[in-house]
Design a protein around this ligand. Structure first.
Ligand code: GTP
Ligand code: MG
Length: 223
């Protein structure tokens, strides 16, 4: 419970035994529910997460978006916080994010990874790709968004019923922001967080996912 709000943390994981362990060991006490959504990891992700107190859900269909949709359906908190299972997003910043969320009086808060301070955290190619995708979203939706691809958000669970979330893969990250941005009843905010290099292997395919996400943005805008 954080200032009267029940908090659920949702973490999608595909073979993230190292990262998820670090995250769960540092999970703040005030978090009421931790959900790890596993899509058939072949390492010890599920066992590790369960032993550290997380509620582990198995989703049969692969995909980052699939994992989130499933995880959200099991969340019970008033507020949901998300992050990758690779320990690249700062679990220590949870209270900072929740404080900002409440102070700014928003319904969706995006944690921007920019400016990236740790040079090892993101390659130059990914920085350029992220910039192009964020500029595209900003132009298409008439609202400046610094990090359209961030995987760390704080949202009021009640706004999910006003969102149409369809993406099965990595495009889910931009889709949820678009759904928040285009709804005048959802107040959108963005603040910067520290981003670090991931533990374990990347699941993102920068070229394939990058181009697909650009196509997805345009497709979604055209309705
Ligand atoms: N459950 C589930 N999780 C997934 C799937 N694909 C990716 N993930 C998780 O989603 C998160 C984001 O994937 P990453 O590989 O970290 O993608 P990224 O953060 O864009 O790229 P990096 O900068 O390389 O970390 C990680 O926690 C992955 O384990 C999937 O199919 N199912
Ligand atoms: Mg990651």
């Amino acid at each position: 419970m954080y200032k009267g709000q029940r908090v659920t943390v949702v973490i999608p994981c595909l073979n993230e035994e190292q990262g998820v362990e670090r995250i769960l060991r540092r999970m703040p006490e005030f978090v009421d529910q931790v959900i790890v959504v596993d899509n058939g990891s072949t390492d010890r992700t599920s066992e590790v997460a369960r032993s550290l107190g997380a509620h582990v859900i198995r989703e049969e269909a692969r995909g980052y978006g699939r994992a989130y949709r499933r995880g959200f359906s099991c969340a019970t908190g008033d507020l949901i916080v998300t992050l990758d299972g690779d320990h690249s997003y700062p679990v220590d910043a949870l209270s900072y994010l929740l404080e900002a969320f409440l102070h700014l009086e928003v319904d969706f808060l995006n944690a921007s990874r920019f400016p990236v301070r740790d040079p090892r955290a993101m390659s130059f190619r990914n920085k350029v790709g992220n910039l192009i995708l964020s500029l595209a979203m900003s132009v298409l939706y008439f609202r400046w968004v610094r990090d359209s691809q961030s995987g760390m958000w704080v949202l009021r669970r009640s706004i999910l019923e006003h969102m149409k979330l369809t993406a099965d893969g990595m495009a889910f990250s931009e889709e949820i922001k678009i759904e928040a941005l285009k709804n005048p009843r959802i107040r959108f905010g963005e603040i910067s967080i520290m981003y670090s290099s991931r533990l374990g292997e990347a699941k993102l395919d920068p070229w394939r996912d990058g181009f697909y996400n650009l196509w997805f943005l345009v497709k979604k805008r055209l309705g």
